[in-house]
Design a protein around this ligand. Structure first.
Ligand code: NAP
Length: 462
């Protein structure tokens, strides 16, 4: 994929970038490895000061960075600005908490003194996606830098200006040159990089094929990886649920980021007794959503980020419809239904609800990365949990019920990295984030996240 800024709202290529030459890449690797040797000895206080300075820059320039995000990947500007603010939050969180999280832990044994200490690993490679182009990077960078590691970022090829801006922010905040660098390179150069002995570990957020490819290269070279991959999160609604809140949350949980979020609610699994009412209320809310120019404040849904994402979504929805599903609304890209509209020039897809989904159609085991709600009806909680768990993914799950025994069953039996009861799945710096099954492995955020890229060293002294 070319490294370029292409406005997904208009299809216009605004700026192209030349990938790093081999010599330029080598210079960045050398700078990272050299910087690590001094950076690892900086104090927590010093790193925290730099990270708080980064938070202040993010907050000061939130509008400008928000516009850059919207320009490159199309999310509505208000959501892009909120994303930038959340990056400041994660910087402050780790600035405040890292020293405590990584303090030595004494353990009583037969030694006169024994304890666990946590030391940085070195240069960590982060391969990141475009859907939250700032947040995904900062949630890696903040803990990695606080732990004393240095970072190299291979960002998605469609967000190069975001990638460069992030490295600039961290440099302007005071981090030494070489502590965090952006590599403008294509995906084909990731596997050879993993083999480089200066790179000690890697993290990837993205699709399953990308994760498998990185894990294969890392496995061959015996390097640690964290993978945050796709999801097809269930959103279970039982008869005792507060239906108004559940429906309003269902819309937000599905439409966040124009539906392009790994933890978006994708499969709505609703008890038969309330399914008609849920469906009517959801449809009514979908019909009020405003699709359009993502720079406008009144816009709820912008374009999808790339032509490929649009084509993939179109293919999945058409396959469901051909196999007998019903579209309650939407179901085709604007370019097909409104060829003369300005929306036809960009990658716009309408809010869509699919129901009557036949067993075997893609709704059961594929990820729909866009504003498409998949609606399933079930007779009881057993069927709801069974259907939720039949997905190959296991990232998040949301369940709505007021019955304590149902709450207990959902939180114990749902196969997912997180379960939210009567609320939508979301990321929070204080809580671990990650998945099981084909959604990947390892955790980001919280203490679990910062521990992924440290040497957990056992010390035993007589
Ligand atoms: P993608 O194609 O996998 O791209 C993600 C990143 O991986 C990009 O930097 C991409 O570079 C790179 N990449 C692609 N193929 C690679 C390969 N063979 N080896 C190494 N790197 C490779 O994913 P996407 O379509 O942009 O993003 C959507 C996916 O990400 C969805 O499945 C979504 O659920 C998942 N996601 C997961 C989380 C989570 O936390 N679990 C969060 C956000 C997104 P290029 O751009 O240069 O191809």
């Amino acid at each position: 994929m070319a490294i370029a800024t292409l406005n997904p709202a208009t299809g216009e290529v605004l700026k192209t970038f030349t990938p790093l030459s081999d010599a330029e890449l080598e210079a960045k690797l050398t700078a990272a490895a050299t910087t690590f040797e001094t950076y690892r000895h900086t104090s927590f206080e010093q790193r925290a000061t730099w990270l708080r300075a980064a938070a202040a820059i993010l907050e000061r320039d939130r509008e400008a960075y928000g516009q850059l995000i919207t320009l490159e990947m199309g999310k509505p500007l208000k959501a892009a600005i909120a994303e930038v603010e959340k990056c400041a939050l994660v910087c402050r969180f780790y600035a405040d908490e890292a020293a405590r999280m990584l303090a030595d832990v004494p353990i009583a044994t037969d030694a006169s003194q024994s304890f666990v200490c946590y030391q940085p690993l070195g240069v960590i490679l982060a391969v990141m996606p475009w859907n939250f182009p700032f947040w995904q990077v900062f949630r890696f960078a903040a803990p990695a830098l606080m732990a004393g590691n240095v970072g190299l970022l291979k960002h998605a090829s469609n967000v190069p200006q975001c990638a460069l801006a992030i490295a600039d922010i961290l440099a302007a905040a005071g981090f030494p040159a070489g502590a965090f660098q952006t590599l403008l390179i294509g995906a084909d150069r990731v596997a050879p990089l993993i083999a480089d002995e200066r790179i000690k570990a890697a993290t990837l957020t993205g699709s399953e094929p990308a994760g498998a490819s990185l894990a294969q290269a890392a496995g061959k070279n015996l390097k640690k990886t964290v993978l945050e991959l796709g999801g097809s999160d269930p959103f279970i609604v039982m008869p005792s649920a507060d239906l108004e809140t559940a429906v309003a949350t269902a819309v937000t949980a599905r439409m966040i980021n124009t539906g392009q979020s790994c933890i978006a609610a994708k499969r709505f699994i609703v008890a038969e007794a309330i399914a008609d009412e849920f469906e009517q209320k959801l449809l009514a809310k979908y019909q009020t959503l405003k699709v359009g120019d993502p720079m406008l404040p009144e816009t709820d849904l912008g374009p999808l980020a790339t032509a490929t994402i649009l084509a993939d979504l179109d293919r999945l929805v058409k396959a469901c419809l051909q196999q007998g599903a019903t579209a309650l609304c939407g179901g085709q890209p604007y370019a097909q239904t409104h060829p003369d509209s300005p929306l036809a020039k960009g990658y716009f897809y309408p809010p869509t609800i699919l129901t009557n989904l036949p067993v075997g159609c893609p709704a059961y085991d594929e990820e729909f990365f866009g504003p498409v709600a998949l609606l399933f009806r079930v007779p009881d909680l057993d069927s709801a949990i069974g259907l939720a768990n039949c997905s190959p993914y296991g990232l998040g799950a949301s369940a709505w019920t007021q019955v304590p025994s149902e709450v207990e069953r959902c939180l114990r039996e749902l196969e997912a990295g997180s379960v939210f009861i009567n609320g939508m799945v979301k990321s929070d710096p204080r809580l671990p984030f990650g998945g099981i099954k084909r959604s990947g492995y390892g955790r980001e955020l919280s203490r679990e996240g910062i521990l992924e890229f440290v040497n957990i060293k056992t010390v035993w002294i007589r």
